[in-house]
Design a protein around this ligand. Structure first.
Ligand SMILES: C[S@@+](CC[C@H](N)C(=O)[O-])C[C@H]1O[C@@H](n2cnc3c(N)ncnc32)[C@H](O)[C@@H]1O
Length: 340
């Protein structure tokens, strides 16, 4: 790709993601199959305007997520489009609906202002509430948010299992997943390691809405239980604490509060796994460097280097041991042990 084409591709990136968002929002990816369907039928079944439907489907096909028949009257789904179906095992539909949805779309407009005045958390500026309090008060957004976390986890869980393949879990009997959301990671760890029991510590609105929880879906309710709570207050004792995509939501001071709080209830020799995007050296392009800007818009947090996580652990009563990576290096698992 020439530098001109590459620049064009990035400049118009938002158009592409909004087109895909519209396809997901209107149920197009869940409806279409590999058998071509007539445009009139598609519009009728999805209750859409036929002429407009043709134009949006043509644009989605142009991105490779659908296939348009030679005659322009039919559409079918492609393997790329399948990834945007709700029921795909690695579904990215939840991520798309959250990150291109109305709440998150709005916060990006604050970016130039934040870079000037140094005040991050556009979510707070835009909605007058931090993201988790807003989710607690908005059932529709909360569902989109929690489904998106499972959608992210559909990517992350397999990366964590790969990174920790060969890790000795035999000394752990109880894991606490702090802010474990719908429990995708904890349930899959329990499914792999039969001797484990676990607790998902979550905010009340998440615990009260378990329709889509993974312990329920995977029949693991006896071994994976929910506990309503606040990680800034009480944390239950466990041999291993997992925090996936938690610390990147918070600034350093807040992270030290959370980890010190975990440390208070952690038995001797207990461990912590911090699972995050890890920012690599300055010369390596990495998704974490983009996600960091999203965290700037959405929260008080940031993405960090391995050394920055090590420093936070050391300031909270933990000692850094090592970091495990999957082959993609998209995320990392930082292991710490209780030091005092
Ligand atoms: C970015 S999500 C990550 C969810 C999950 N760990 C994952 O990776 O899919 C952050 C989670 O932290 C939870 N959370 C936020 N503040 C919390 C608090 N004070 N106590 C407990 N959980 C909290 C949210 O409800 C949300 O599920």
């Amino acid at each position: 790709m020439s530098i001109f084409d590459k620049t064009i591709d990035i400049v118009f990136g938002r158009w592409k993601s909004q087109i895909l968002y519209t396809g997901a929002k209107l149920g197009i990816f869940d409806y279409l199959t590999t058998n071509p369907k007539e445009i009139g039928q598609i519009a009728k079944d999805l209750n859409l305007n036929e002429a407009m439907t043709y134009r949006i489907l043509r644009s989605i096909a142009s991105l490779g997520f659908l296939k348009e028949g030679n005659n322009g009257h039919t559409f079918s789904i492609t393997p790329l489009g399948e990834l945007l179906r709700k029921d795909h095992p690695q579904t990215l539909q939840g991520v798309l609906l959250l990150e291109e949805g109305p709440e998150h779309y709005q916060i990006w407009k604050h970016l130039p202002r934040m870079i000037k005045d140094g005040q991050q958390n556009a979510f707070l500026s835009e909605y007058g509430n931090n993201i988790f309090d807003y989710a607690g008060e908005n059932a529709v957004y909360s569902k989109v948010f929690n489904d998106a976390m499972s959608s992210y986890s559909a990517m992350h869980t397999s990366m964590v299992l790969e990174a920790l393949d060969g890790y000795d879990f035999s000394s752990f009997s109880h894991i606490c997943d702090i802010g474990g959301g719908q429990g995708h990671l904890l349930s899959h760890l329990h499914s792999k390691y039969n001797h484990l029991n676990g607790t998902i510590l979550e905010l009340e609105p998440v615990v009260n809405n378990q329709d889509s929880s993974w312990p329920n879906k995977m029949g693991l309710q006896d071994r994976c239980t929910y506990l309503k709570g606040n990680m800034f207050d009480h944390i239950p004792p466990a041999d291993l604490y997992i925090m996936k995509m938690i610390l990147h939501d918070w600034n350093d001071e807040e992270c030290i509060k959370i980890l010190s709080n975990v440390n208070k209830s952690a038995p001797d020799k207990s461990k912590v796994f911090i699972i995050e995007h890890i920012v690599p050296d300055p010369t390596t392009p990495h998704f974490s460097k983009l996600f960091d800007i999203h965290m700037m818009c959405a929260t008080s947090g940031r993405e960090r280097t391995k050394e920055e996580y090590e420093s936070i652990l050391n300031q909270s009563g933990w000692r850094y041991i090592q970091t495990y990576y999957p082959s993609s290096k998209r995320i990392g698992v930082i292991e710490g042990i209780k030091a005092k």
